[in-house]
Design a protein around this ligand. Structure first.
Ligand code: SF4
Ligand code: SF4
Ligand code: FES
Length: 534
């Protein structure tokens, strides 16, 4: 591997990399070695248009752009000397000649690369006496994005993104020279499943999302690392949190999962967290058939009473468990142990399926179908068949995905059961037939792990607390297990301990705990010997 020296620091570089790529590979770019850049993006083709990344390479008379200069063995690079600094100041001065003084009203302020680099390399005052160029403001590019032409620095990241990633190519540069502007092609709005990524990669406030703009100043947001739960790809995200509220999801770079992208549907799924249809209280059905709000202890007491009565009269074989692919591994493993201790013979996981693509979006619309299967849950069709055949008298359901077409189709088949206990985040038709309902936490409110479609274990941590009493599914099951007097259940639930128990019990999770998994996740261990289907 070639060795190069950058600012006196020697690094080994893979063959064929450019100077910026070498710094990025080594984790040093803007993290020890500052080479400001606008047009270069680690996941897009090189453009070489902004000229901000100029560096000095010994033996080459002119400054070179680091984003398009391949490394060679023995190369010596200077990124911080006076020559380089003067060149960057020149580029910044030209970029700022026409840039509007919009920062106080610009949504990008606080996370704007033009602000950041102007702070480092900008002149204190403009030498230009000409009026700034007046262009279009608030251009509606499509359903998700608004464009401010005056703020655009023509780095072409958005153009390359649309051509290279979703391959839809809606954006282009029109006109030439200082008349150049970004536009959509006539009759072709910016409308693809990944369109909102252009706002993330636009280094200035030219492209903003209709959803997030003007909601909150970004410096009030606290970024919490998490996982999108929209499908089984498990894209890594930052949850932007302020005032105990999630304001946005933005992609978090993980080259093993989602590079730096996420789909628009997943991005908008943050709205589920505070949705009006979140379940907010425990409910039990009274003798008149009405659902009555109760505390958790009473809900557990009623659930345990109904299950005990059934076990005494018919045995635990008539009780079925429906797992959720939205639950964490820790919740699911608690459920698995609960069903085993109870003596239930029927369980499965229901997974809603939908449209997939060949970029990120997966068919399974939940984050943890692979985890549920790894733990041992089979297909929910087994449970559905037994319900339809009359072999089941009680169901304990995590979530309501079993209502989808192809499984139960509706809540009707559950209406005749003796007992339906539901642990869920959001209201659904299953409530019409449930006898006990307990509100549980959204992934943004709890600690645990998911396994994505590529069998990677990834962690979520609590980003917000719900304003009402909610519980992790495992917590409720631990209490229910204790109320039923099940072996191994004393009513307590600690996700850390459950993860360690899971690692000990299941070879797939061997060596993985809630700390070691980290923010980047890790692959599931070989799981050939784990998880027999119930
Ligand atoms: S809109 Fe943003 S990303 Fe696109 S060219 Fe302009 S500055 Fe670059
Ligand atoms: S591809 Fe899936 S995991 Fe990624 S953002 Fe979209 S819905 Fe979420
Ligand atoms: S980042 Fe190198 S020219 Fe723009």
């Amino acid at each position: 591997m070639p060795k190069i020296t950058i600012d006196g620091r020697e690094i080994e570089v893979a063959d064929g990399r450019t100077i910026l790529q070498a710094l990025d590979d080594a984790g040093l770019l803007m993290n020890g070695v500052d080479v400001p850049h606008y047009c270069w993006h680690p996941k897009l083709a090189v453009d070489g248009s902004c000229r901000l990344c100029q560096v000095e390479v010994e033996g080459i008379p002119k400054l070179q752009i680091a984003c398009d200069t391949p490394v060679r063995d023995g190369m010596v690079v200077h990124t911080q000397n006076d020559r380089v600094k003067t060149a960057r100041e020149g580029v910044m001065e030209l970029l700022l000649v026409n840039h509007p003084l919009d920062c106080p009203i610009c949504d990008q302020a606080g996370e704007c690369k033009l602000q950041d680099y102007a702070y480092d390399y900008g002149a204190k005052a403009s030498r230009s006496k000409e009026p700034r160029r007046a262009l279009k403001k608030n251009v509606d590019l499509g359903p998700t994005i608004v464009f401010d032409q005056e703020r655009c620095i023509l780095c072409r990241r958005c153009v390359r993104f649309c051509r290279e990633i979703p391959k839809t190519g809606e954006l282009a540069i029109f006109n030439r020279g200082d008349h150049s502007v970004i536009e959509t092609f006539p009759g072709m709005p910016l409308e693809n499943d990944y369109s909102m990524n252009v706002a993330d990669i636009c280094p200035v406030g030219a492209l903003t999302t209709k959803d997030f703009r003007f909601k909150i100043r970004v410096w009030f947001l606290h970024d919490v690392p998490g996982i999108c739960t929209g499908c089984s790809n498990g894209c890594n995200i930052h949850l932007g949190v302020a005032n105990n509220k999630v304001y946005r999801y933005v992609p978090r770079r993980n080259d093993a999962v989602n590079d730096t992208w996420m789909c628009d549907a997943g991005r908008m799924s943050y709205r589920d967290i505070g949705a009006p249809d979140r379940l907010r209280e425990c409910l039990v059905r009274d003798e008149s058939g009405q659902l009555e709000p109760v505390g958790l202890d009473r809900a557990i007491e009623v659930a345990a009473g109904r299950l005990n009565r059934l076990i005494e009269s018919k045995g635990a074989g008539v009780i079925a468990g429906l797992a959720s692919a939205h639950a964490t591994n820790e919740d699911l493993f608690t459920f698995w142990r609960f069903l085993a201790a109870l003596g239930s013979e029927t369980s499965g996981v229901a997974v809603v399926c939908g449209k997939a693509d060949d970029l990120l979006v997966k068919e399974e619309k939940a984050p943890n179908a692979a985890g549920a299967r790894e733990i041992g849950f089979g297909d929910a069709r087994t449970v559905v068949d037994r319900i339809n055949s009359g072999a089941v008298d009680a169901v304990i359901a995590l979530g309501h995905d079993v209502l989808q077409e192809g499984l139960l189709g509706s809540e009707e088949p559950l209406a005749g059961l003796d007992t339906v206990i539901v642990l869920d985040t959001h209201a659904s038709a299953i409530q019409r037939v449930a006898h006990v309902i307990v509100p549980v936490r959204h992934a943004a409110e709890k600690l645990g792990t998911f396994v994505n479609a590529a069998r990677r274990v990834q962690r979520v941590v609590p980003a917000v607390e719900s304003a009402w009493e909610t519980y992790a599914d495992g917590e409720v099951l631990a209490k229910l297990g204790a109320a039923l007097g099940l072996d191994g259940f004393d009513g307590s639930h600690d996700a850390h301990q459950v993860a360690r128990d899971l690692a000990a019990a299941n070879p797939g999770f061997a060596g993985i705990d809630l700390d070691s998994v980290g923010d980047a996740g890790c692959p599931l261990a070989d799981s050939a010997a784990s998880g027999a289907e119930r």
